[in-house]
Design a protein around this ligand. Structure first.
Ligand SMILES: *Cc1c(COP(=O)(O)O)cnc(C)c1O
Length: 550
């Protein structure tokens, strides 16, 4: 009976008042219910079929063909399609040309497979459509948000019971905030640090109010800097630009041989700036899981140094933060509790859907430095979470994280993370065992980099002069770029690549980069991926073809 209703195929598509009223209807009768269920089925199962396929990152040529298909720039006046057709189009035409990030052969980036329940949780968030910018559009959801912020805050800073009792639902204080990603979290941390450093003083009303020029005058300085290692995420440079201090003043410090902040350089740099009274250090940033190599800075030492010098210490744990759930590996982030602020991404190792970053502050009054009010929302002392956040309207990501933490427990997340870390170790051993490859950055977490470097070149790199080495590296860079591209375009598996900048003569090294977070990825799959790379190398650069490279 309901079938007829669903497949009224030839009815003309018109946008009239009646039709529009229907789209706001709820599943109140049998027909409506059947229809809504059918759509959900179509989405879940249609996409599932697609997700069984290969990785499918398309090559340049087919990307052009695709682009040719999408050149319509006019919005049609009348409806073109019904929901059922739109879903079919998306499942049949879009999904097969999207990237199957859930494939266990997709080991190149930081957003990957998600547990199936995230799709259900996301549906609830969309269906409720609460806007946590203010209590009037979210009510209990804002309160849940404060609770989950306190849970993660506790995971990072483990302050006392009485501390959390005081602050978990305190409307005057803030333990952290949900933002759209690590980029916004880092920006927020530096925004707070900037406003604190250049706050009101005598007749000066603070940088947020009077701007940069007035602030530099009031404080008698002409420069603010942020110190972070070379492995810092580029979002910090964006923040430098947006906050007006200039991204040239986000200074890339040297790293040691493990790609961690070189403490000697950091100490020296701080000393130099302290002698120069016209420069202020806005923040020092430690990285807990660098995007390129997964390396972790010496957080404890950095924290102590910053405390001694009264410098804001921010830890970018966008990637590594969730490792705190693991009893076995938490020690890798030792010292994170000495941070003034910490970035964590929900959409990375908390396996959430995209659009979930978080920023945490040890001191629950710190975020007052970015407080804004408006007459119609965000009144002082309300639970309006928009008071201290860059975003206005914002969805209730906190509901997803709170639910996911209940479904998984810290133990569940720990198992996933430990699998990734241990698999990375096995993978590193396999890379080292194969003569064609060179392990470039051994994994601390679940990220490692390596490159193709045939034995004769390894020998030459070892004994060559710096000119020779730099020449060989150029050749190797070309080889690795090609192999990575050919493998990607073949569409079976995906490993990313990056260029590690170091001091010469190994100044610029192109490396293959793997991020092991999909629990379905195992050592056998990783072996297949290496086999494929060896095969590509042999076809393209086997001894007979090597001349073509340099
Ligand atoms: C991913 C990442 C970021 C940026 O986060 P987005 O969510 O992509 O904005 C910042 N820092 C580190 C260390 C990251 O891994």
């Amino acid at each position: 009976m309901s079938r007829k209703h669903i497949s009224k195929k030839n009815a003309a598509l018109v946008a009239d008042w009646q039709a529009l009223q229907r789209i706001f209807l709820r599943p109140e009768n049998e027909d409506a219910r059947a229809m809504l269920l059918k759509y959900m089925e179509q989405i879940l199962f249609g996409l599932h079929d697609f997700l069984k396929e290969h990785v499918g990152i398309t090559e340049e040529a087919s990307l052009k063909n695709l682009a040719d298909k999408y050149k319509q720039t006019r919005i049609s006046k009348h409806p073109e399609k019904k929901l059922a057709e739109v879903i079919t189009d998306l499942v049949r035409d879009i999904a097969p040309h999207a990237v199957n990030v859930a494939s266990p052969y997709f080991i190149g980036h930081m957003t990957s497979a998600i547990p199936f329940f995230m799709v259900h949780l996301k549906t609830i968030v969309a269906a409720l459509n609460q806007n946590v910018v203010k209590l009037e559009t979210s009510k209990v959801v804002s309160i849940v948000e404060k609770q989950v912020l306190a849970k993660i805050h506790r995971l990072i800073f483990h302050r006392s019971d009485s501390f959390y009792n005081t602050h978990v639902q305190n409307t005057r204080t803030t333990l952290g905030a949900f933002v759209e990603g690590g980029t916004a979290a880092n920006l927020t941390a530096l925004w707070v640090a900037r406003n604190t450093l250049l706050g009101p003083k005598n007749s000066f009303q603070g940088i947020e109010k009077e701007g940069l020029m007035a602030a530099y005058q009031a404080y008698d300085i002409d420069r603010c800097v942020v110190l972070v290692s070379r492995r810092g995420h580029y979002s910090l440079r964006k923040a430098g630009g947006i906050l007006g201090i200039g991204n040239d003043n986000v200074l890339a410090m040297d790293v040691d041989e493990h790609h961690r902040m070189d403490m000697r350089s950091l100490r020296e740099q701080i000393r130099v700036f302290e002698l120069n009274s016209r420069t202020k250090i806005l923040a020092v940033v430690g990285i807990a899981g660098s995007t390129e190599t997964g390396s972790i800075d010496p957080l404890r030492e950095m924290g102590e140094l910053c405390r001694d010098h009264g410098i804001h210490f921010h830890v970018d744990a966008a990637w590594g933060g969730p490792v705190l759930t693991s009893d076995k590996y938490r020690h890798l982030l030792d010292g994170i509790d000495s941070a003034d602020s910490v970035t964590i991404d929900g959409h990375k190792q908390f396996y959430m859907t995209m659009g979930c970053g978080m920023i945490y502050f040890k001191d629950p009054r710190k975020m007052d430095a970015i407080e804004y009010h408006a007459n119609y929302v965000n009144r002082p002392g309300s639970v309006d979470l928009g008071m201290k956040s860059l975003a206005g309207t914002r969805e209730a990501n906190s509901l997803m994280l709170d639910s996911a933490l209940k479904i998984m427990g810290t133990q569940g997340y720990a198992i996933l993370l430990e699998h990734g870390i241990e698999l990375a170790k096995k993978f590193a051993a396999e890379i080292s065992r194969r003569p064609l490859f060179q392990l470039v950055t051994p994994p601390k977490l679940n990220i490692l980099t390596y490159r193709i470097c045939p034995p004769h070149m390894q020998a030459e790199l070892f004994s060559g002069t710096s000119t020779q080495r730099s020449h060989i590296n150029k050749t190797l860079n070309a080889i690795n770029r090609t192999v990575q591209r050919v493998q990607r375009e073949a569409g079976r598996s995906f490993v990313s690549r990056t260029t590690l900048n170091r001091r010469s003569p190994d100044a610029e090294i192109v490396v293959l980069r793997t991020v092991l977070m999909n629990p379905m990825t195992d050592i056998q799959i990783l072996n297949e991926i290496l086999d494929e790379q060896e095969e590509i190398y042999r076809c393209r650069f086997g001894t007979n073809n090597l001349k073509g490279v340099a």
